[in-house]
Every structure is written in structure tokens, then in C-alpha cells.
Design a protein around this ligand. Structure first.
Ligand SMILES: [Zn+2]
Length: 437
């Protein structure tokens, strides 16, 4: 049992209540929220005085396989970034480098308060990624990337790619904190047959479908030339839109496509850091929110951001749209919802995580608001968290009731050792890229 004592609880419940209260965690669940709770015998007490207790942050679009390429793919737009850097780098992964990349990424995520991710893995060595994720203690949903049409070394035969996805999903879905997702890369990297069979497999097994959509104008133009439809509209025609589908980016979407997202319950994932750095554009976030679409938040890949810091992403989402849409267009509480309960909804876990309520899973992040950059904290704690707080303010993190970060130290992985070893691991991988020419 763990008692988080004396903090301010930012519940993110339906009323967005903020309470001065203690939180008692029993096993994997939030057992009680209340004032001056007595610590049961044997309970560990975490002192949260001067701190905020948040639902663990959810990032609904990341690529842990790419973390090892951080700072090695700058200054490129999406299609060159993919074909000249990311795809050759992903193809150069072996099980060891992939496992390392995943652990390095998860170390950054957990230390910064992100407790759940939706991850698009690479095409090969998927089990190395899943084993690393399972050992790290993060709540992981993800799957092997499916590409049967892209002109690159990662391309697979349609049937073989789907057979492996099905085999791995059957083996790993529901194991501990792991859940499987079907991850076609994007419309341009996949045949229509693959996308149709992904829909069938998702319907049969209940697995999420996670892909990229309408990230850049060139991509949407190519999809339109090929299919006669806009990207999201085409996905709808294929039967792919629905509450089990999560579309990263949705930067270049039309009002009609925003209406499709809202009507079908398809989640969009806003990735402002990556959209800026790849010069992709600015998503119509205020319009998506106004239409009632579910929008989550994600850092995307380390080599297109170049950080996996959810606080950085929240601040961007909360400020980027204001020059166009006005100073009240994207309230801080809405952005915090995107990073918590809306992210949970995207993952199909809204009844389990994303808010601090009795009975829910104990995925929690404790944030120290005592730093000079947060003070004086104003009356709106949502705003202080979104505009001022940083990933390094996170002191304690619980996932599924287990403490994974204590007093800013990661307990499940050796973060300093991973960081120190990263340059040599990256060099080894890059050497394999040049050998392949
Ligand atoms: Zn991505």
C-alpha cells in the first residue's frame, strides 16, 4: 500500500475537480481519496506537500524504436526524413539496439511522468521491443509496423506482415501491462488490401488500429490522387474509422474529415512538436475540439521533436493555436485532458486510467510546484501545470500501483547508465547503416 499525503489532487474527473487530499493506493488501484487519511500499517508514505498529484500522463503516439536516432535526423521534411534517415536506421536495428532504444525512451518517459504510451514499433524484432517495455513497468500499447507498399528495405509481403502481426498479438495482448495494436505505417506505405485486412483483424480480435494520417500536404495530395478521396475520408470508406482507431497528426484535414472523426469516435493525436520540427504544418486543434472529436497528445519520435517530454508538448498545444484562434481557444484544462483522460480514451482505457478516481488503476505522477519557475502558482492549477511545469519537476511516479520513480530516481531501469551508453549504441547502429550503403 502507498499513501500519497498532503498534495493537491488534480483529478481530471468529469468535473475537473482539484482537491487538497491524500490518495491511498491498494495493490494496483486507487482505493480512497480524502483528507487526512490514516496510513494503514505497512503502507509507504510519499510526502506530497507543495506538490500536485496528476493522473499519469498518456502519450498516444510515440516511436520508441527511433529514440536511438535522436539528434541524427535534423533539418529534413517528412518524406526525406523517412526515406533518407528513419527507414534506413530502422532497417539497421538488431534486437539489441532496438531493446536499448526502447529502454532509453521509456526511461525518459517515466522520469517525466508519462505512464502510458501508444507506440508504433518498427517492422522487425518486435519481441525485443515488447520484452523491454514489459520489464520497464510502463503501460504499453503498441505493435509491429506494417509496410507493404513503401519503396524501402522495411517493405514486407502483405500476407507475411499480417501473419506476424496476428501471431504476436495473440501471444502478447493482455500480458501484464502490454496490449497489442495493429500499426499500418501510413496510407502511402500500405496497399489497400493490407488496410482492409487490418480492419478485419481489428474487428475480430478487438485490437486498436494505430496509423499516421494527413501529416503533410504532399501526403494528402498523393492519397487523393490515388484514391480520389481525402486521407481520413478514405480510411472511413475502408471501414477503418471508429473508436478503436487512433490517427496520429491530422494536420491537413478538411472540415468534412473533422466531422468524420467526431461522428465515428476516431481519435486524433496532436503532435505539435513533431509537426513544427518537420515543417509539416499546424493541426486545426481548436476546430477538432469544437467538433467534439477526441484528441490526445503525443511526442511522436525522438528524432523529429527531439524530446519525449509531455510537458513540452502540452505547452506547445496550449499556445501554438492562439495567434490564429484567439487567447481562449485552447484552455489549459483541455490540454491537460488531452494528456490524461482523452489519451486514455484513445487507448480504449478510459474506464481504467486517465483520471484520479476511486477504483481506477493507480497510474499517478507527482509534480513539485515549488521551483521558482512555477511560483507564485496561480488559482488555476491546470494552467500552472501546462504553462510552467517541466518534466524535471516530476518527483514520483506510480504505474499500476507500483512505484517506478521515487524522489526523481527511476527504479525499473538504470537511466544514467542508459544515457551514458547511448552514444556508443547509436554509433554501432549507424555503422551498420553505412555498411548497407
Ligand atoms: Zn509518428
Amino acid at each position: 500500500m502507498i499513501l500519497l499525503r498532503g498534495g493537491t489532487v488534480v483529478t481530471m474527473d468529469a468535473r475537473r475537480s482539484v482537491l487538497r487530499a491524500d490518495v491511498l493506493v491498494e495493490q494496483d488501484r486507487i482505493a480512497r481519496i480524502g483528507k487526512s487519511l490514516r496510513a494503514p500499517r505497512g503502507a509507504r508514505v510519499v510526502d506530497c506537500a507543495g506538490k500536485a498529484i496528476l493522473p499519469g500522463l498518456v502519450q498516444a503516439h510515440v516511436h520508441l524504436c527511433q529514440v536511438l536516432f535522436r539528434n541524427h535526423a535534423d533539418g529534413l521534411a517528412l518524406l526525406d526524413w523517412l526515406s533518407q534517415r528513419i527507414w534506413p536506421y530502422e532497417a539497421a536495428h538488431d534486437a539489441r539496439s532496438l531493446s536499448f532504444s526502447v529502454r532509453l525512451g521509456i526511461a525518459e518517459l517515466l522520469l517525466g511522468g508519462t505512464t502510458a504510451v501508444l507506440d508504433m514499433a518498427t517492422v522487425r524484432h518486435t519481441e525485443a521491443a515488447l520484452e523491454a517495455a514489459a520489464a520497464s513497468g510502463i503501460r504499453y500499447t503498441g505493435g509491429k509496423c506494417l509496410m507493404d507498399a513503401a519503396d524501402c528495405a522495411l517493405r514486407e509481403d502483405t500476407g507475411a506482415a499480417l501473419a506476424e502481426a496476428e501471431r504476436l498479438g495473440r501471444k502478447w495482448h493482455g500480458r501484464g501491462l502490454l496490449r497489442w495494436a495493429l500499426c499500418p505505417r501510413f496510407a502511402l506505405g500500405c496497399t489497400e488490401e493490407l488496410l482492409r485486412r487490418v480492419r478485419e483483424l481489428s474487428e475480430r480480435e478487438g485490437w486498436l488500429v494505430h496509423t499516421h494520417a494527413s501529416e503533410i500536404a504532399e501526403e494528402t495530395a498523393l492519397v487523393r490522387a490515388r484514391t480520389g478521396l481525402d486521407n481520413v475520408a478514405w480510411f472511413e470508406q475502408l471501414g477503418l474509422c471508429g473508436p478503436r482507431t487512433v490517427l496520429a497528426h491530422c494536420v491537413h484535414v478538411t472540415p468534412a474529415e473533422i466531422a468524420i472523426l467526431a461522428r465515428t469516435g476516431t481519435s486524433a493525436v496532436h503532435c505539435p512538436g513533431a509537426n513544427l520540427k518537420l515543417a509539416s504544418g499546424v493541426a486545426p486543434l481548436p476546430e477538432m475540439l469544437a467538433a467534439g472529436a477526441n484528441v490526445a497528445l503525443g511526442a511522436d519520435g525522438a528524432p523529429c521533436n527531439n524530446t519525449l517530454d509531455a510537458f513540452h508538448e502540452m505547452r506547445l498545444a496550449a499556445t501554438l493555436h492562439l495567434p490564429r484562434a484567439g487567447p481562449r481557444a485552447v484552455p489549459a484544462s483541455e490540454v491537460l485532458a488531452m494528456a490524461t483522460i482523452r489519451g486514455a480514451r484513445a487507448l480504449g482505457l478510459e474506464d481504467q486510467i486517465g483520471s484520479i478516481e476511486p477504483g481506477k488503476k493507480a497510474d499517478l505522477a507527482v509534480v513539485d510546484l515549488g521551483g521558482p519557475h512555477c511560483q507564485p502558482a496561480g488559482p488555476d492549477l491546470h494552467a500552472t501545470l501546462v504553462y510552467c511545469a517541466r518534466a524535471t519537476d516530476v518527483t514520483d511516479v506510480l504505474v499500476d500501483g507500483k512505484q517506478v520513480v521515487r524522489a526523481r530516481k527511476l527504479l525499473t531501469l538504470d537511466a544514467p547508465k542508459l544515457a551514458a551508453a547511448a552514444p556508443a549504441e547509436a554509433r554501432r547502429l549507424l555503422a551498420r547503416v553505412s555498411v548497407r550503403g
